[in-house]
Each structure stands twice: as C-alpha cells, then as structure tokens.
Design a protein around this ligand. Structure first.
Ligand code: NOJ
Length: 756
C-alpha cells in the first residue's frame, strides 16, 4: 500500500462497504458532564502519554491470544505507557496494578478488561444455549449477575457480548453468540448490553460491555475461524450488521474489531464500518479496541507492508485501543511527528477512552472496584448459583421424546452412562476461564441429589480422561473401546432406564475450534446403538457448544435432550428437566443439520428459481440427503402439547405507516403446565429484490396450565417489512405479505395482507 491513509481520508471518498469511509473524523461529542474534565486531562498529556492510553497489554499469568511477554510492565505502567490491562483478575491484584498507575505523572487510572462471556466464577449456560431460552429478561439477569461477580473481582470491562450472526455450525464460535437470526440476535445484544452495564457505569456492580467482533466475524468462508468474509453489501447490512447497531444503540461503552477482512478490507483497518457507520451514523460515543493482535495482523492480510503501516491504517480507520499488537506504542509517535496521522485522530481516541474512565468513576476513586470484602461476598453466592440453575433449566431443548420423559417419580434403577455425565470441567464449556470447576454440579451428582443414589449405576461407556484436555486430533477421533461398551451394556441391563451423555468435549467449540465434521463422535453413536439393544428405554443427553449431527444413533434414542454446556449448575438443571420438575421450554436459536455437508444451513434463506420441494431432481438441494434440516430453527418440544392459531388481523389491507396488530391464540392441549414460545415470521411475497422465505419478527412466551388458552398480540410496522435495495436504501414496498405464527420456523400457519 503506497498511498498515505491520510490522503485517502481527507479525499472523502464514499465507496460503500469497501472500507473507505466518507472521510469524517467522527469526533466524539463531549457535551455531557465530563466534557470539561476530559479536556482538562487531555491538555496536560504529552504525546507519549496519549499513546499510552491507547495501548492495552495482557497480564502474563493468563493469555487468551498469541503470547507476548514483558519483564517491565510495571515500569511501563508507571511511565504512563499502558492505558488498560486485560486478564488481570482479583480485587487485590487489580489494586496492586492500579497503585502503580497512581505513581505515573498524571495518575490516570488503568481500566481492567476480561472475557466474562457467560459468567465469572459462577458460570451460566453458553451464550448460544442461553439464547435457546428465548427469555430476554433471563438473559439480561445473567449478564447482570456475571457483571456483579466480575466487578467484585476488580474488572471494569467485559469483552462481551459477541453478537456475530452465525449461519455455519462448523465455526467454533457459534457457541458465543445468539445463533443465526438477525432479529433475535439484535434483541439479545440489547439485553446483554443492558445486563452488563445496568443504568450507570459508575455502579460498582456493573461493567462496560464490548460489542464484538466488528464486523461479520461469524461469516468466515467454510466456517473457518479468522477466515475471509466476502459478501454483498446488502447481506452485510441486512443480516450481519443489525445486532452491532442494536448493541451500539443500547449504549454499549466499547466495541471490538474482528480479525477478518470484509470484502477485501481488514475490519481493524476498515474506515467505513468504524467511522462512517459506528461512530458516524450510529452515534457511538465509546471507544473501540482491536482484537488480540488484530492491528498487527493487518500486515498478515497483506494490506500494509509493516507494523507501522498497520498502526497508520488502524488509527485512521478508527481503532482507538491496540490490544497486544504493540503497533501504537511502537509507531504512532513517529506517524504523528511526520504528519501522517493528524494529532486530532489521537486526541479523539484518547478522549473516548478518558470519557469511559470518568464514567466508571475511576478518576474519583481508582480503587473503587478493588474491595476484597465485596469480592468474598459476591463470588459464587447462593443467589448467583440459583440464577445459573434457572438459566440452565430454560436453556435445555428437548428434541425427541417417545413418551419416556419425564422420568417416573420412582424410575427404578437408572443406568447413567458416559464420561461426560461425570465431568465437572466439561460442563462449563469454552470461554469460562475463571469458572470455578470444583463448584460445578455434574449430571451424576445432580441425579444423585434428585433420586436415591443407590438407584443410580454408572459406567463411562467410552474413553474419557477426567478433566478437560486441550483439543487435539486424537480427541476428535477416539477409537471405539469395546470393553467400555460391554461394561456399559452390562450396567444398562440391570437398570430400568438408561441415560447416556454423548457429544463434544467442553473445549471442542470456541475460538479456533472450527470442525470439518460436526457429528457426534462415532464411538458415542455406536454406544447409543448398543445400549438400545438391551431393550431398555434410552435417553440421550447431547452435550455440545454448536449444532452437531446425530448420525446413526438418532433412531436408537427414545429421547434426545440437548443440554449444551450449562455451567456451574449443569447437573441440577439437567435433573430438573429429566425429572419433570422443570418442563423443558428451550427452542433452537440455530438450525441443526442432518449432515455437516448441509452447512451453512439457516431457515431464512432465499426461495431461488428452483425452490426446495419434495421432488428430488432439479431443485436447490442435494442428491444424497434431504434438503430439510434435522431440527429447524425455533424447534423444541415440551412435556405438554400446544396449539397455535394463524395470526388474526383486524383487516386485510393496511396503509404504509399503519401499525399492524396480529392476535394469535395459543392453547395448552396437553396434561401438564408448560411454556410456549410463539414465533411470528413475515414474508414479502413479491419484491424488487429477492427476499428470504421468511424472517422472524417477534416472539411471545406464555406459561399455560393444561387446557388454558391465551391470545397474544404482536405489533409490527413498515420497518419490519422492509429491506435494503441495491443502493443500500432501506425501503418497504407496497404489495402482498404473509404473516406466519408457529412453534418453530417450519410449523407455521399464515395469513396474508396487503400493504398500500
Ligand atoms: C481473542 C478473541 O477473539 C476475543 O473475543 C477476546 O476478547 C480476546 N482474544 C481477548 O481474550
């Protein structure tokens, strides 16, 4: 890259979506209570001190990216060369580091960040699992619980929520988001931002949120982590960007860049998304942080020749803080001094960072989050554990049930099979680095607390070492162990019912954990088939952090319970559902394919010129597998049954700006109380751009007693019916639409109306 970025920025080119923005610096407006304070600090700062604020290092004790180590971090803090630390944890440790910051010339406090993704010491279900609860209030409360516990340990800032839309189950990080749907992902983004941040950043029970990874990190080609993202601007704006925008508008204090390039421009150096959209159109007043080393990786993308070029590209594009690339500390001074980077770019970044430090209350008292007593009273408190159990209950999805669940009140002898049922470490899943493993309740322990332990027999069933290993090839391809299968069958034959835990290990889904084959391991599948031969009812617990395929074991399972990774209270939550103490209410926030080759598979695809149908030839499908998924988006069973009516409208023709109210009647037609998630989808029948077959636009959850019916109301408007045209204008066209209501994206009943 030969041209100077500054030249490009001032040229104000407007090439939508390609990385060049419109040349605006997008200065943060500081008219609030801290305007004067921020500027008074800024005025005192040398260029070195300003660059120091834009520099973030990891604590050497915990590294969550390619490690860099320094002997003299303490001295660098004292010299004002570090503005933030990540991975430094604990009231005492953060206090010690903050004391060094107080020895610096201007005594600007450090801000401490950490990946608090689904809990701190108390771990909640994986974000994807929790999205299956379809319960925004719960999602907000667990984020608030995680924030309270993290803040009590000196943390000011979580690198969450991840709001990347994920349509490809091969991608390991699907576990960290809300799944495949844009509307639902946007609602979850808002709930998590509100949960982490509360109403007031200076409340010592809250932390700053960080919406990540900006942008479209979930769309890496072939589901490979960090991979290229290449898509139309329309798809970027319609499918991928809305959850980030929702997070920004919910008031997220920070954003994190993504590793990927988007249509040829690395996200970290992408001026269009950071300045034109985020800091311009969306009015974001926070600061952006790079992902770990992502400024340096702009060189690997071959977008710039060296680290200096990367620093220039990133800062001009709007990346305010450098996480672990060391590009800003190494090169920004020179770039400012030779006039390549105007000082106002540095000042804007530093203003944004200082503003958040003021809002956190750190200038009033830099030690306000370092309170050992509060830490001791908060960590793993009974209240947080109860919340984890509640979230676990609601995240479980019942996928199949041939009348074997719930278990009878006296189920007789239970054969519990599978090493996963006896593992603590796996239950917390990925991105729970601080989770307290000894505190985890295993499935075995949960069942032993619910039923007399003498009635529970256990066998591991497959090779399984206790504790969680790092993912290695042999892990994924464990050979069948005939002796363990024989032992499990012998145990099963002594029991009245068999419960078998299969699936991934806790660390098989997560960062850099993409899989080319997402099937349940072959030895687990065989185990289920062999157990079925005992003639006993077989209940399969599927544990995973992403959609998996069930292969040959599916017909041998009398029931399939998707338990994901549920965190600290996993065993209790699973026992709650198996026993019927909690009637399962989770619904899939992501499509489960039949085979990996169907990936990416998602419900809101286009019709195509040869729409899917049941003839096998010359349609958009495969010759060797059905075109339908194994389980569609929104799917989940209950111990009761529900009936959902078509949407009822007051009239069939609406004006463009009218609110459209739809009433749906939902009835509990079974014999126990239960919770249904009524889903509303829309479809634009004919439009000037090809449209998705349907799109989710609302959900309502209802708790119903047996025989009870209720009317639920949905209200939608023109924005719910619109789309981006080729000029990237958001438009709503008059014409015919169908509103559909149902219990999942496949089983819906529709009503047509016309928009004039
Ligand atoms: C890399 C990950 O992509 C990001 O999500 C995380 O916040 C950072 N590492 C820091 O651990």
């Amino acid at each position: 890259m030969k041209k100077s970025f500054a030249t490009l920025v001032v040229a104000a080119v407007m090439l939508v979506g390609c990385g060049r923005g419109d040349g605006r610096l997008t200065k943060v407006s500081l008219d609030g209570e801290y305007a004067h304070k921020v500027d008074s600090v800024l005025k005192l700062m040398t260029l070195d001190e300003k660059i120091g604020q834009m520099n973030q290092y990891s604590c050497d004790a915990l590294v969550t990216g390619p490690a860099t180590r320094d002997e003299d971090k303490v001295q660098q803090i004292i010299d004002g060369r570090i503005g933030s630390m990540l991975n430094l944890i604990g009231a005492q440790k953060t206090r010690e580091a903050q004391e060094f910051a107080m020895q610096s010339r201007l005594q600007i406090p450090l801000v401490f960040g950490l990946d608090v993704i689904h809990g701190m010491r108390t771990v909640y279900p994986l974000p994807l699992a929790e999205a299956a609860s379809f319960d925004l209030d719960l999602i907000q409360r667990t984020a608030a619980g995680a924030a309270r516990e993290a803040a009590s340990q000196g943390i000011h800032w979580t690198f969450a929520p991840m709001v990347d839309i994920a349509r490809d189950a091969r991608w390991g990080r699907v576990m960290e988001g809300a799944g495949e749907d844009t509307w639902w992902g946007s609602r979850v983004a808002e709930a998590r931002v509100h949960g982490f941040q509360g109403d007031d950043l200076s409340d010592t029970g809250t932390v700053m949120a960080c919406v990540k990874h900006f942008a479209a990190y979930g769309a890496g080609i072939a589901g490979k982590d960090y991979n290229t993202v290449d898509m139309s601007d329309v798809t970027l704006h319609e499918i991928y960007l809305p959850p980030y925008e929702a997070g920004a508008k919910a008031g997220a204090a920070t954003f994190m860049n993504s590793f990927n390039d988007i249509n040829g421009i690395p996200a970290t150096a992408n001026e269009y998304i950071q300045r034109t959209l985020l800091k311009g159109d969306w009015g974001f007043r926070g600061f952006t942080v790079s992902d770990w080393g992502s400024i340096g990786e702009v060189v690997n993308h071959r977008y710039v020749a060296d680290l200096k070029g990367a620093a220039e590209a990133a800062v001009l594009a709007g990346s305010d803080m450098d996480m672990e690339s060391r590009a800003y500390v190494a090169h920004l001074k020179e770039l400012v001094e030779d006039g390549t980077v105007p000082m106002e770019y540095i000042d804007d970044a530093v203003r944004r960072i200082l503003l958040k430090k003021f809002e956190l209350g750190l200038f009033d008292d830099p030690f306000r989050y370092c309170d050992e007593e509060r830490e001791a009273n908060t960590v793993l408190s009974p209240e947080l554990r109860a919340l984890s159990r509640e979230a676990g209950d609601r995240s479980i999805v019942l996928l199949k049930n041939s009348s074997v669940l719930p278990l009878a009140e006296k189920p007789g002898t239970i054969a519990l099979i599978g090493g996963l049922a006896d593992s603590k470490a796996d239950m917390i899943g990925f991105w729970a680095n601080q989770g307290n493993i000894p505190a985890v309740v295993t499935v075995r322990e949960g069942l032993e607390m619910r039923y007399p332990s003498s009635h529970i027999l256990y066998a591991p069933g497959y090779d399984f070492e206790s504790g969680m290993k790092t993912h290695e090839g042999e892990h994924l391809a464990q050979p069948v162990n005939p002796a363990k299968i024989a032992e499990a069958k012998a145990v099963a034959s002594k029991a009245d019912v068999v419960i078998v835990a299969v699936g991934e290990r806790g660390d098989w889904s997560g960062e850099s954990k993409s899989r080319a084959d997402i099937s349940v391991p072959a030895d687990h599948q065989l185990l289920v088939q062999e157990l079925k031969k005992t003639g006993k009812p077989v209940i399969v617990l599927v544990m995973c952090g992403r959609p998996v395929t069930f292969g040959d074991m599916e017909p041998s399972a009398d029931a399939i319970v998707l338990t994901w990774w549920l965190g600290t209270e996993a065993g209790n939550a699973i026992a709650d559902v198996l026993s019927g103490d909690y009637n399962p209410s989770g619904r899939l926030p992501i499509t489960f394919p039949r085979v990996t080759g169907q990936c990416p598979i998602y419900y809101n695809h286009k019709s195509t010129g040869r729409p899917e149908n049941d003839s096998w030839q010359y349609i958009t499908s495969y010759t060797d597998v059905d075109y339908t998924p194994a389980y569609p988006f929104g799917f989940g069973l209950s111990y009761t049954t529900f009936e959902i009516s078509e949407p009822k409208l007051e009239k069939s023709v609406f004006g463009m700006d009218e609110q459209i109210k739809a009433v749906v009647t939902v009835s509990n037609t079974g014999s126990v109380a239960g919770r249904e998630t009524v889903q509303l989808y829309v479809r634009d029948e004919v439009a000037s751009m090809t449209r998705n077959v349907k799109d989710l636009r609302g959900i309502v959850q209802v708790d119903l007693q047996p025989g009870e019916s209720r009317d639920v109301e949905f209200v939608i408007g023109r924005d719910d019916l619109g789309f981006y045209n080729q000029k990237l204008e958001f438009i709503t066209e008059p014409g015919e639409f169908t509103l559909m209501a149902g219990s999942n994206s496949r089983d819906v009943k529709g009503t047509k109306f016309t928009l004039e």
